[in-house]
Each structure stands twice: as structure tokens, then as C-alpha cells.
Design a protein around this ligand. Structure first.
Ligand code: ADP
Ligand code: MG
Length: 482
């Protein structure tokens, strides 16, 4: 952004639901989509005398997230009460962590379009419970409350103000989501509320060292809304500053439909919450052995995997990026690449046919009906000349509805490429004779017309003309004396 000589400074606070079966301090299910107010008990309803007990599975997932973000995990952290009044918070306070969070000082790697790498610092990660949900569109002129979400385990991930523009904020979120999905910490589904973002932004004169006054934008329900909201807020602040005004520190609510933000409240300070250590909970004490075990069991992280795909399989950076965006896509590709021995071909098939299927079906690639070894066999049939790409696509379509190996399908349906020179010669002659003008232009040097002829021949042969021999025959016929 170059608005009036100002530059933007952005920091994100990201709430991520930990993928446990039960809540953070009680045994209620934390699953999304149950009938309202069915997953509740005295603990998460905040009834007097009920005592919280910390969910070890949630702590383990939080540690995983912290290690994946290269943070220092503190063996002792403290749960604190954050007090405020709101109808979705039956206890009158939220159990969170304050001055002694689980983890601090990590980073997330960003790769820009020019493939240069930059570390975005993570200031802290703490564990906290979610609040309930107010539902404004269920009952006419009334607000309903669903407390199923109260007490669901979250981590809050806070970045340093290291981001320079709205697109970078979006890129951080894409990377973070990918990481947390790889780690199986969370499904990060924004529609279900498992990932929520508050975006902080200030402006300062370009090149200045000190930070300007920031605003915080809430209610951002998609990554594109994060980007749009930050862009619009940067413009608002730039106009204000350019006119000699000052930014007021406040919390804004993004209205996606209006494409603008409105003030929700002037900024509260942390002392307003009267944080103090929760007397019902002992400090959270981890053993070094536990942290080491979680560290040892971390899967290969996406950046490392992306890098390895480029070097080990020698596929382009673009392919590696697309293929590692989801862990199950990467797993699928890798199985095919290893089996067929032609990683670039494996990449092409996964990025086109397999991902197209997943997008159309809205299903994960792990549900693709053709298992990797079968796709690898199909790729081998192309490599050995049995199938053209076009025939192979037809075979793949059939493979999706049967467990038959591709070779059996090819034989049963007579789909194999035709390599018989007489037949190929006949197709070539038919097509060349039908297009004398193009043939003349080819002879005059328009080399790209070769693919025009190949296309016609494939059509004439229903995709069966074996491509290599056909191309040779075609070239010699075109160049033959007339
Ligand atoms: P607060 O006390 O208002 O919550 P914090 O210092 O805790 O502020 O920071 C919250 C988030 O806001 C962090 O992600 C941080 O990087 C970001 N942030 C802090 N100051 C600024 C600023 N001046 N401009 C932009 N972002 C900021
Ligand atoms: Mg804060």
C-alpha cells in the first residue's frame, strides 16, 4: 500500500478449535452440529460448586500446534480467569491463560511469489475455552443462546505485528491452516467456527520505526473477508491521517455485505478483565518427556514436504505448492509418484483429474475412488505407448466405477492405442488430404500446425492413434514431396 506515504502494520490473533472429542474442562462432547444446548453440564454451564478438570488430549494438541510453530513450550503455564459479562458466557468469566501462556516466541514461514522466504514471528500461544453462541436469525426479534460451544478447547495464536499488507495476512492464514491440518490439530473449518481471526492494523509513515495506533477488526468469516476488511480499514486510516486526524484505538465489526466496518466498542485494556489465576485449577505442568514425545511424533511439516517434493521428485515449485496444500493430496500424489516412477506425470494427473474430481464432489482426495497404485498403473500404460492421454482419461473414468485394473479395462473395451502402421497411415492420409491449406502452411514453416493435425487424427481415431508413431508418420507425410 502506498496510500499517501503511509505503510500498514498488521498483526493477527487466531482462535483455533482443538479437535478433541470432549470439552476442555468437562466430559461433554465438543463436536459441532448437535441439537442446541444438549452438550452441557454443570461445569460448562458455570453452576456453583462445579469443578473443572483439564482435558489432557486438548493440552497435547496445543503442544503440537506450539511445536509446529517452532515455539518454546513452557513446562509450567497458568490458567487465568478473564472476567467480562456477556450472555453467551454463563460463568461470567472465561478460563484462559494470561501472563504465563503455554508457549511463546515461534514463527511461521511465508514464501512470496518470488520464492523468497520470510519468518512471521508468533508471540504466544495459549489455551482457552470457547464461549457459547448467540443466534440472531432463529427466532423472530429474539436472540437464542446455544451453550454447546461453551467450554470447547481453543488455542489462541498471536502473531507479532510483522505483516506488511492485507495479502500477506491472508497468506499467513492459508499457511497456518495448512500447518494445523497437517498436524491434525484442527479441521480449521471457518464455517463451523473452528478457525476465527481478529485482525489488528495500524499505519505509520513509510519507513518509520514506531507503531501507530491500531484498530482491531472482528467478525471476519473468511480469508477473503480478512483481506477485504484490512484493505478497507487501511484506506480509512490513510484518509484520516492524511487529513490530519488521529486513529482512535477501537474494536470494529466487519460487515461483509456492506463491505465496511463499524465500531463495536472503544478499546478495552487488559486490566479491564481483572485477570487472576483460576483458584479451581492447579498450574498446568508438563513433563519434558511429554513435550519430547510430541516433538518426536510430529509428522513432516508442509514447508519441509514442499521443499522435498521439489528436490526429490524434481517437480516445479508451482506443482509442489498445489500438491502440499492439503495433506491428503500430498499423500496421494506421493504414493502415485513412487509407484509409477514418473513424478511429473503423477503430478499432472493429480493436479488435473484428481483435484477436479475433489472440487466437483466437494470431497477430500482421500475419498477418490481410484487408489494410488491403480492410477500409477494407468500412467505406466501411457508411458509404454498402450494408451494416449486421451484414451487414458476414458479409462480413468471407467476405473472410478470398477475395481478392475486399467489393463483389464483396456483389453475388455478394446481401448488400447492402435500402433498398426497401415491403420495409422490411413488416418494420417485422411486428415492431411482433407486440409491441403494447413499442410501447405506447415511446409512453409508454421510448425505449430503439427498439433492441429494431431488433434484431428486423434478425433478421427477416437483417441486411439498411438501418438509417437503417428507424429512421425504425420511429419514425413507433410514434408513429403507434392
Ligand atoms: P492488545 O493489548 O490490544 O490486545 P496486543 O499487544 O496484545 O494488543 O496485540 C494484539 C495483536 O495486535 C497482536 O497480533 C499484535 O501483533 C497486534 N498489534 C499490536 N500493536 C499493533 C499495532 N500498533 N499495529 C498493528 N498491529 C498491532
Ligand atoms: Mg489482545
Amino acid at each position: 500500500m502506498s496510500d499517501n506515504g503511509f505503510e500498514a502494520v498488521i498483526g493477527l490473533e487466531i482462535h483455533v478449535q482443538l479437535g478433541t472429542a470432549t470439552k476442555l474442562f468437562c466430559g461433554d462432547r465438543s463436536q459441532f452440529g448437535s441439537a442446541p444446548n444438549t452438550n452441557v453440564c454443570p461445569v460448562c454451564l458455570g453452576l456453583p460448586g462445579a469443578l473443572p478438570v483439564t482435558n489432557a488430549a486438548a493440552v497435547e494438541l496445543a503442544v503440537k500446534a506450539a511445536l509446529g510453530l517452532h515455539c518454546t513450550v513452557h513446562l509450567t503455564s497458568v490458567f487465568a480467569r478473564k472476567q467480562y459479562f456477556y450472555p453467551d458466557l454463563p460463568k461470567g468469566y472465561q478460563i484462559s491463560q494470561y501472563d504465563r501462556p503455554l508457549a511463546t516466541d515461534g514463527w511461521l514461514e511465508l514464501v512470496d511469489a518470488a520464492a523468497s522466504r520470510r519468518r512471521i514471528r508468533v508471540r504466544r500461544i495459549h489455551i482457552e475455552e470457547d464461549a457459547g453462541k448467540l443466534i440472531h436469525d432463529r427466532l423472530p426479534r429474539r436472540t437464542a443462546i446455544d451453550l454447546n460451544r461453551a467450554g470447547v478447547p481453543l488455542v489462541e495464536i498471536v502473531t507479532e505485528p510483522d505483516l506488511a499488507n492485507p495479502a500477506e495476512a491472508r497468506a499467513v492464514l492459508v499457511r497456518l491452516k495448512r500447518l494445523l491440518q497437517y498436524l491434525q490439530v484442527s479441521d480449521c473449518d471457518m464455517e463451523k467456527g473452528s478457525l476465527r481471526v481478529d485482525a489488528n492494523i495500524s499505519l505509520r509513515p513509510r519507513g518509520a520505526r514506531t507503531l501507530g495506533t491500531k484498530t482491531e477488526i472482528k467478525n471476519l468469516n473468511s480469508f477473503s473477508n480478512v483481506e477485504r476488511a484490512l484493505t478497507s480499514e487501511a484506506e480509512r486510516q490513510a484518509d484520516l491521517l492524511a487529513r490530519g486526524g488521529a486513529v482512535t484505538q477501537e474494536t470494529l465489526l466487519w460487515d461483509a455485505r456492506a463491505g465496511s466496518a463499524r465500531v463495536m466498542r472503544s478499546k478495552e485494556e487488559s486490566h479491564d478483565y481483572r485477570y487472576f489465576p483460576d483458584p479451581d485449577l492447579p498450574p498446568l505442568v508438563l513433563t519434558a518427556q511429554m513435550v519430547d514425545r510430541v516433538r518426536r511424533d510430529l509428522p513432516e511439516l508442509p514447508e519441509a514436504r514442499e521443499r522435498r517434493f521439489r528436490t526429490e521428485y524434481e517437480i516445479p515449485g508451482y506443482d509442489a505448492d498445489v500438491l502440499t496444500a492439503d495433506r491428503d493430496v500430498a499423500d496421494y500424489f506421493e504414493a502415485v509418484a513412487r509407484d509409477c516412477g514418473d513424478p511429473k506425470a503423477a503430478s499432472n494427473w493429480v493436479m488435473t483429474e484428481v483435484l477436479a474430481w475433489a472440487n466437483e464432489q466437494g470431497a477430500p482426495v482421500s475419498a477418490f475412488p481410484v487408489p494410488p497404485p491403480r492410477l500409477a498403473q494407468l500412467i505406466e500404460l501411457i508411458a509404454d505407448g498402450t494408451l494416449s492421454n486421451r484414451l487414458a482419461r476414458q479409462v480413468l473414468t471407467r476405473m472410478m466405477t470398477t475395481a478392475e485394473p486399467p489393463r483389464a479395462i483396456v483389453e475388455a473395451a478394446g481401448l488400447a492405442s492402435v500402433g498398426d502402421p497401415d491403420q495409422l497411415e490411413a488416418w494420417v492420409a485422411e486428415v492431411v488430404d482433407a486440409h491441403p491449406e494447413e499442410a501447405a502452411r506447415f511446409r512453409e514453416g508454421e510448425a505449430k500446425l503439427l498439433s492441429f493435425f494431431m488433434g484431428r487424427i486423434m478425433k478421427a481415431s477416437s483417441g486411439k492413434a498411438e501418438p509417437r508413431q503417428t507424429a512421425e508418420l504425420l511429419r514425413s507425410r507433410l514434408l513429403a514431396d507434392h
